[in-house]
Design a protein around this ligand. Structure first.
Ligand SMILES: C[S@@+](CC[C@H](N)C(=O)[O-])C[C@H]1O[C@@H](n2cnc3c(N)ncnc32)[C@H](O)[C@@H]1O
Length: 194
């Protein structure tokens, strides 16, 4: 199973009708489409991307699927997440999905970077409900990918977040799926940083 499918299968267990979730890297909109189906008409998806083209492409896809009314699209860096997610939603978001790197076939100048990724991850933790989850795929094969991956690992250890890591294979440059639980001020989270 591809890592994107694994991520969806994990989210499938957690996200239900009426939930609110965040897609931190909209891209072509496939993750948002999956989430919009899951949350149903009473839930919603906050979707972020820095690229205008992604916002347009994602909007078109969701319109085609008649799911667009469930999504709030924001063209912004995900490190500004807390400026855009309503305060009333803090602590109520069931899942945040990150699919890092750049859009395959797209403009490689729009690539995720360690500083903004780490900031967005911290903000995602504040958004998350007690039973919520962050799903993040980090790619290690491109320039800067190894560093971004290492910085994420370092952050999860420093913050003592509960983490499961699922590499797609043993190759050192293969992508890795992180499943990160809600932080409990570093006190209660059971850590499986393996
Ligand atoms: C691998 S793609 C995401 C694929 C997407 N989830 C999908 O289902 O098609 C990564 C996306 O992250 C976006 N991106 C890069 N840096 C970003 C940032 N700082 N904030 C938000 N989005 C960013 C890129 O523009 C690109 O569209």
């Amino acid at each position: 199973m591809r890592l994107t499918e694994q991520a969806h299968s994990e989210l499938d267990k957690i996200v239900h009708a009426g939930d609110f979730v965040i897609d931190a890297t909209l891209g072509n909109g496939y993750d948002t489409q999956f989430l919009a189906q899951k949350v149903g008409q009473d839930g919603g998806v906050y979707a972020f991307d820095i690229q205008k083209e992604s916002i347009e492409q994602g909007t078109r896809l969701l319109e085609k699927q008649q799911l667009v009314s469930r999504v709030v699209f924001t063209q912004s860096c995900h490190s500004k997440m807390l400026e855009h997610v309503p305060v009333a939603m803090l602590g109520k978001i069931k899942a945040v999905i990150f699919n890092l790197g750049y859009l395959p076939g797209g403009d490689k100048k729009f690539i995720t970077k360690p500083n903004s990724t780490l900031s967005a991850l911290r903000q995602a933790q504040l958004c998350l409900s007690d039973d919520g989850i962050i799903s993040l795929i980090a790619y290690r094969g491109h320039d800067g990918g190894q560093r971004e991956f290492a910085e994420i690992e370092k952050l999860t250890k420093k913050e003592n977040w509960s983490v499961q890591k699922k590499p797609s294979n043993q190759a050192p440059d293969s992508p890795v799926l992180f499943l990160i639980g809600k932080a409990y001020n570093g006190a209660e989270g059971s850590t499986s940083n393996s």
